[in-house]
Write a protein that binds this ligand. Structure first.
Ligand SMILES: *Cc1c(COP(=O)(O)O)cnc(C)c1O
Length: 425
């Protein structure tokens, strides 16, 4: 048991002793009435790394100065631009470099993966997912079931939450795979559930799914840059994620996609485009598509350089910090916020997110005991005082202290503001 204290002196001493403390200076912190906001929303939109502006300006300069020639003669030749983020991204998700590619957005990548890896048959038509998934995931999966001529009312199997606060137990996932496995073509689950903050055991889900002949893919929107991931070793067939949440690559930034090595040379259906063509013969401009081995073979278009530049700058921060150090700080920081809430606000808030640090990342989802209206009131009170979390219907406030730029004193500050709200509510 770590000895925490709810005093400013203690929190500031922790901040001063934090080996990652200097990374905060790599980010622009939004201001509120002349002071840094207490920003707990890195799960939704990460802060801007200071290196982003120069990274974009370098490409603007090459565009103005070199135009088409910048594809070959730019400081970072555009021809290979998507490759510049590959190694750092592979590190963050625990993959081999050829298993990852930065392209499109999360939802688009999910559809592209479904084109290749959801191959329903009359005997095995179903997709297993969680009830209450992020809407885009459900829309994508349901529309793919229909696209193949199957019926979502029977062939989209949605696992209902069975735990306290809306969490989903591993036992429920096991039971569903045992019961329906023979009919399931594909399992898609998140790495971290966006509303509850619950973490799923990817490797175990893959083992269970594969044992019943199902393909297994993951949406890692809230997991990437947050959890220690070992995607290759998990055995997942594919995964997709966005990069504007914990990865801090900016609004609508270019997303990520993982295709396991075992599919690197797979002859599967795909929606092809010239940038996925074998890069050695791409500019022969032949009529027949030959995919580049690995995840690169799923690219369609040439990469958006101005949108990839921020991802490159933000991954540089991750490379310097390293996921192991980030995860270590993250666990302690979130445990501190959890401890503060339980010891100071127990009569006011319920924590929805699992208490076990192995079953959560940075995010804590809380509900106000007095109900939804009080929850909305608290959320607005926090915003008005420069404490930035986010609201998820029907009644959850998400607070995510992130290890790159949040401090122990931020956690204490947020709890003090909630106490002030309680005493006036
Ligand atoms: C954030 C998020 C998305 C967003 O999808 P975009 O294609 O980037 O708009 C999708 N799914 C989940 C689970 C998310 O958390």
């Amino acid at each position: 048991m770590i000895a925490f204290e709810a005093t400013r002196a203690w929190a500031e001493a922790q901040d001063a002793a934090d080996p990652l403390r200097d990374f905060r200076a790599d980010f622009h912190i939004p201001q509120h009435e002349g002071r840094d906001t207490l920003y707990f929303c890195g799960n939704s939109l990460g802060l801007q790394p200071k290196g982003v502006r120069a990274a974009i300006e370098a490409e603007l300069a090459d565009w103005s100065g070199l135009a088409v020639e910048a594809h070959f003669r730019g400081r970072s030749p555009w021809m290979h631009y998507h490759e510049y983020v590959r190694d750092a991204m592979a590190d963050v998700v625990g993959a081999q470099p050829h298993e990852v590619v930065a392209m499109n957005s999360l939802g688009v990548n999910l559809h592209l993966m479904l084109v290749s890896f959801y191959r329903p048959t009359a005997a095995r038509p179903a997709i297993l997912m969680e009830a209450g998934a992020f809407p885009t995931d459900r829309y994508a999966l349901e529309s793919q079931v229909r696209f193949h001529g199957f019926d979502p009312s029977t062939d989209l199997i949605e696992l209902e939450a069975d735990g306290t606060g809306g969490t989903l137990s591993m036992a429920a996932i096991e039971r569903a795979i045992a019961e329906h496995g023979h009919r399931i073509a594909l399992i898609v689950l998140p790495g971290v559930q966006y509303r509850t903050g619950q973490v799923f055991d990817l490797a175990r889900i893959v083992r269970l799914g594969h044992a019943r002949g199902c393909v297994v893919g993951f949406d890692l929107a809230h997991a990437v840059g947050n959890l220690p991931l070992a995607l290759h070793d998990s055995g997942a067939d594919f995964a997709v994620w966005c990069t504007y949440k914990y990865l801090n690559a900016g609004p609508g930034a270019v997303a990520g996609c993982f295709v396991h090595d075992r599919h690197a040379h797979a002859d599967v259906p795909r929606f092809a485009g010239w940038w996925g063509h074998d890069k050695h013969t791409r500019f022969k401009m032949g009529p027949h598509f030959v995919p580049t081995p690995g995840a690169d073979g799923w690219q369609i278009s040439n990469p958006p350089i101005l949108a990839l530049a921020p991802l490159r700058a933000s991954l540089d921060v991750f490379r310097r910090a390293g996921m192991p150090r980030l995860v270590e700080k993250s666990r302690r920081l979130t445990t501190y916020l959890d401890w503060l809430i339980r010891s100071r606000l127990d009569d006011t808030l319920d924590i929805v997110t699992p208490n076990d640090p192995a079953q959560r990342g940075a995010q804590l989802s809380v509900r106000v005991r007095a109900g939804r209206d009080a929850g909305r009131a608290l959320f607005e009170y926090l915003e008005g005082r420069g404490v930035i979390g986010d609201w998820r219907e029907p009644d959850v406030i998400r607070l995510s202290p992130t290890p790159l730029y949040n401090r122990y004193s931020d956690c204490l500050g947020a709890v003090e503001v909630i106490e002030a709200w309680r005493s006036q509510a």
